[in-house]
Design a protein. Structure first.
Length: 166
């Protein structure tokens, strides 16, 4: 009975694509160390490039797939550009459709991973991080407090793309 159970488990696990060990995307298989310089900022949001790059580094370190090192010793370099910070209305005030009670915030980053030695492009894509926040008397401060949340969600998605390929 035990043999049948083990055989059944082996068949089920082999049929669903389960894999032990690392599952890096094919272009990133040879990359063990990664450099993450400060991103570029193509928005009017001050210092967001530093916040996003730091958040991405922390997320990659937490994931553990790549060792974060300096530019001159890395296998590859992650180059990123903050391309858009967008605020939009999500919910209106109940008796006034022109007033907003909840906003959505999206931070967009385009990134590419380049082989340090050959300069070959390994990966390239765009990733977004979203969050929402409620309208207050000081909307600017509330929005500034929401940006790190969007950056964290962006970093999780970027780390998943580099480590798992999706």
């Amino acid at each position: 009975m035990r043999t049948v159970s083990l055989l059944l488990v082996a068949i089920l696990l082999s049929g669903c694509g389960y894999k032990l060990g690392e599952i890096r995307p094919t272009p990133m298989r040879a990359v063990r160390t990664l450099a993450v310089p400060t991103f570029k900022n193509n928005t009017y949001e001050p210092r967001i490039e530093v916040l996003v790059a730091d958040t991405v580094i922390k997320q990659l370190q937490q994931d553990g797939t790549y060792t974060i090192v300096s530019d001159d010793t890395a296998d590859a370099i992650l180059l990123g550009t903050v391309t858009k910070v967008e605020r939009r209305s999500l919910r209106s005030v109940q008796n006034n459709v022109l007033a907003t009670s909840e906003f959505g915030l999206t931070v967009t980053v385009s990134y590419q991973v380049v082989d340090r030695v050959t300069g070959a492009l390994l990966m390239k894509s765009v990733v977004q991080g979203d969050t929402s926040f409620f309208s207050t008397n000081d909307l600017q401060t509330t929005e500034r407090q929401a940006i790190p949340l969007a950056a964290q969600r962006l970093a999780v998605d970027l780390s998943a793309a580099l480590s798992e390929g999706w």
